[in-house]
Design a protein around this ligand. Sequence first.
Ligand SMILES: Nc1ncnc2c1ncn2[C@@H]1O[C@H](COP(=O)(O)OP(=O)(O)O)[C@@H](O)[C@H]1O
Ligand SMILES: [Mg+2]
Length: 255
Amino acid sequence: MSTISIAIQKGGSGKTTTTMNLAAALQQMGNKILLIDLDPQANLTQALGFLDEPNPTIYEMLRDASMGEIPDINKAILQAGEMDLIPAALDLATAELELVSVYGREKLLTKLLAPIKKQYDYIFIDCPPAIGMLTVNALVASDYVLMPLQAEYLPLKGVHAFMQTFRKIRNQLNENLNVLGFVLTKYNQRKNMNKSILKRLQDDYGNKVFETRIRENIALATAQEKGVDIYRHDKTSNGAIDYLKLANEFLIKIE
Ligand SMILES: Nc1ncnc2c1ncn2[C@@H]1O[C@H](COP(=O)(O)OP(=O)(O)O)[C@@H](O)[C@H]1O
Ligand SMILES: [Mg+2]
């Protein structure tokens, strides 16, 4: 089994879309999946159809863990179709501040997941668009980090900053953490900017850049709004095809 953080400190990069649809593709191949929504925006929770704030969420679990007890994480697991989900709600935003002064604050999520890790083939953590305590907790609990990027100029600067954090965490907190790769999202081959960003990314990070690119596809946004993954919305869409291709490349890279 492996735990994968989907992270980059910029909103709108395709983190949530990639988390749910890559996971859905892997689920269809027969893998047992747990999704963790670690973003206070709770986009993943909503995108999986949970519109009323669920309770408990990952926030209650982290809060209890920060007070020294390890709560039963199973109480926070919801069924999202064929996948399991630990949801988030807006109150998770307060965790960012509350955790700062807690002893062992970087390892709370690792501790929470320890009892259930073995039940899953893949655990995906959808991270918030910032490098704070929540993202650090995700990276410390993970074997891999996967970084979705929109093929524009600015994200490339963000990538270098994010990689510094990655190296710090690897050196100080989790030597098992590896870069799985970068995935370009909302890709449009006709845009020159997209092509030149792809080339620069490949120059800097070589084979860490996924061959599969997720094309711009409105069906992905529509599915998210409907509260279902792309395979339940439109199996024949480019989005469905691209995430299936990504899942195949994922399986080769993760071995
Ligand atoms: N390949 C794509 N084509 C078109 N729209 C996309 C694509 N990927 C994501 N989106 C849309 O872009 C917005 C931001 O994506 P999201 O996955 O929520 O980013 P993040 O989680 O990094 O903030 C969402 O409305 C989503 O539906
Ligand atoms: Mg998101």
